[in-house]
Design a protein around this ligand. Structure first.
Ligand code: PLP
Length: 374
């Protein structure tokens, strides 16, 4: 398969997740709402998956609501909060470096008359507690700040931000898009104090088509989908049992030795940064604080050229955000990065399956590409 460094776009499903999906499609294929044996077994397995997803967050499984992915969790958190809170105020705070799953719902709310403040990052892609403090108002009803940025790996102090929000804008809910932080950074709901947390299965070696929204105990939001009342009335529709069981299996497989795995990922990331930095002309872009994301560029070389050249050597990276194909990265623009550097930037993202040999392969391939393309 070559060396895969596009794990922030999606990860290779782990064997445990694949097995769970196959089982769900061959054995546990009943409808969890059915009252016979097949349905009861499916319902039991969905509950087990809910526990496995809740465990790394230290959350009560009853507060985990399955969705079709991170995008749906973000949309649900944002639109339902706006709907619930609009009588109290119509001011929202977010950041200019969010994923489009947050930014585009914000644009839609602006069209509906909400006022949105977009916090600007520094040149490394960081946003501080003081930036948030300056933006909070009495009529702020929602703060949405991502836990780790998907393009440059900067990490936001979301725990301190949630506390500040609750102190200075007591009506406001705090949401964090933790799609790139889940199972990568310590995220315990007790320490985090977030009201809403979005996560996604396919970023953590689970199948596509599943994600979850954590909703703090005692908080009730308007349902996202109306219908048969699944997910305790919040998100109707027959549960996507194969995707949910795969998500649960991926979480269970990861949390067994998470600390050691993340330490190894961090070591390989640092090795990659060291290797890339030693290549003449290569520039590292942004903070790369998360254990799995490194953004870099060769000035004068466009990202698609570099991606193609690396691909010829069976090394796979992506240009900025894979979700914003063809557009100049709004994250790097907000960071004030020179447009020539933005146009050449690529992202290498690791996972617990990344090996030292693959890191070496990537560094060698970039060295060769730098010589050939410049
Ligand atoms: N939020 C962030 C930070 C992401 O990186 C992504 C995907 O890249 C999403 C949300 C969307 O998640 P999904 O692909 O599960 O809809």
């Amino acid at each position: 398969m070559g060396a895969y460094f596009d794990n922030s776009a999606t990860t290779r499903p782990c064997p445990e997740a694949v097995q769970a999906v196959v089982e769900a499609m061959t054995e546990v294929w009943g409808n969890p709402s059915s009252l016979h044996r097949l349905g009861i077994e499916a319902e039991k397995r969905v509950s087990e998956a809910r526990r496995s997803v809740a465990e790394p967050l230290g959350a009560d499984p009853d507060r985990i609501f399955f969705t079709a992915g991170g995008t749906e969790a973000d949309n649900w958190a944002i639109f339902s909060t706006a709907k619930r809170m609009q009588k109290r105020g119509r001011h929202i705070v977010t950041t200019a470096i969010e994923h489009h799953a947050v930014l585009n719902p914000m644009r839609e709310l602006e069209a509906q008359g909400f006022e949105v403040t977009y916090l600007r990052p520094d040149r490394e892609g960081r946003i501080t507690v003081d930036d948030l403090r300056a933006a909070l108002r009495k009529d702020t009803v929602l703060v949405s700040v991502m836990a780790a940025n998907n393009e440059v790996g900067s990490v936001m102090p979301v725990g301190a931000m949630a506390k500040l929000t609750h102190r200075l804008a007591p009506s406001a809910l705090f949401h964090t898009d933790a799609v790139q932080a889940f199972l990568k950074l310590p995220l315990r709901v007790s320490a985090l104090e977030a009201d809403l947390i979005s996560i996604s299965s396919h970023k953590v070696h689970g199948p596509k088509g599943a994600g979850a929204l954590y909703i703090r105990k005692g908080l009730s939001l308007p349902p996202y989908l109306y219908g048969g009342g699944q997910e305790r009335g919040y998100r109707s529709g027959t549960e996507a049992v194969p995707a949910i069981l795969g998500f649960g299996a991926a979480c269970a497989a990861a949390s067994a030795d998470l600390r050691a795995e993340l330490a190894e990922e961090e070591r390989l990331k640092n090795m990659l940064i060291e290797g890339l930095s030693a290549i003449p002309g290569v520039q590292i872009v942004g903070a790369h604080e998360a254990p799995h994301i490194v953004s870099f560029a060769i000035p004068g070389v466009r990202s698609q050229g570099l991606i193609n050249c690396l691909q010829d050597q069976e090394v796979y990276v992506s240009a900025g955000s894979a979700c914003a194909k063809g557009h100049r990265s709004h994250v790097l623009e907000a960071m004030g990065i020179d447009p020539a550097l933005i146009d050449g930037s690529v992202r290498a993202s690791l996972s617990r399956f990344t090996t030292e040999a693959e890191v070496g392969q990537l560094v060698d391939a970039v060295r060769e590409a730098a010589e050939r393309l410049r």
